[in-house]
Design a binder for this molecule. Sequence first.
Ligand SMILES: Cc1cc2nc3c(=O)[nH]c(=O)nc-3n(C[C@H](O)[C@H](O)[C@H](O)COP(=O)(O)O)c2cc1C
Length: 311
Amino acid sequence: MRLQKLLGIETPVIQASMVWLNSAELAAAVSNAGGLGVLGPNAGRKNANGGIASTVEDFRQEIKKTRQLTHKPFAINYLLPIEGVEISFQYAEPLLEVILQEKVNIVITSGKDITKGERYIKRLKEAGVIVIHREISPTVANSILAEKMGVDAIIVTGHEAGGHLSEHRISTLTLLPQVTDAVKIPVIAAGGIYNQKTAKAARAMGAAGVYVGTRFITTFESPASLNTKQAIVNVLSQELVEINTPAGDVRVIATESILAGRGDSEVGIIKKGMLDGDHLNGVITVSESAGGIEEIRSAKDVVCELSFAFA
Ligand SMILES: Cc1cc2nc3c(=O)[nH]c(=O)nc-3n(C[C@H](O)[C@H](O)[C@H](O)COP(=O)(O)O)c2cc1C
């Protein structure tokens, strides 16, 4: 109940941030079902045109749209700047401004080294924002560091997860109990959680809630293309492959683009593959859980099933 109280939600089921694959409709559906919806990078956008100003303005509009669709709490994913990635520093300030101006009160920070984002976390905390931190490559040590830095909760992601993979090959099953033993703040489990059994396992290992990505791509409300949702429903876990991209390794479905060796060029390939449904040129990045997902369902159904683990 600690996490529910902290966030003002009924059930500790959090829809994960997924670049291009979040929207006001999905976030509101999850929040209206009692969980916590999240707007991640490029939420609600359909094209990659425009510079920083227009991307940030679109983000503001998506926040406003979400507020029209739900009166319940929802969160924003704020990417902490990553050393060596110039563009991440260019977006950091304008995005923070929007979050503070729009008075969003729950922010999920994610990054590769929390110490690099300390000043941004401090500003969020000073503004009274609840901060949940997700380290891309979590360890017991960096979880303790996040707690010391004053974040309110952390998300611990196992190697099963979709999106950019942790540089450490540690599964949710082994990492999560080590972290829940090591910190006092609520720990939210991510990576491979897609049904009631996996959510129950996370709870048994001490998780206060679950952070779920791939399962929410295969919902009616997700902006992913229909052929992407069907590809996830059809794929088996053993058919997934890992590829290298400039931003890190990702696990993907072996679509035509991957078989032709075209998958590793740039991050825009997620938009091409998953939003536009162009499986000849883009990629579909998913979690190992994709093999267990057998149908497209409503976001409300998914929240409801996972919530039983915390009843
Ligand atoms: C298509 C896709 C895009 C993602 N994009 C982001 C992102 O922009 N920022 C982020 O912090 N995590 C991102 N992630 C990771 C998710 O937030 C989450 O940690 C992960 O999906 C949890 O594992 P699961 O897919 O097994 O549920 C992405 C995941 C997927 C599948």
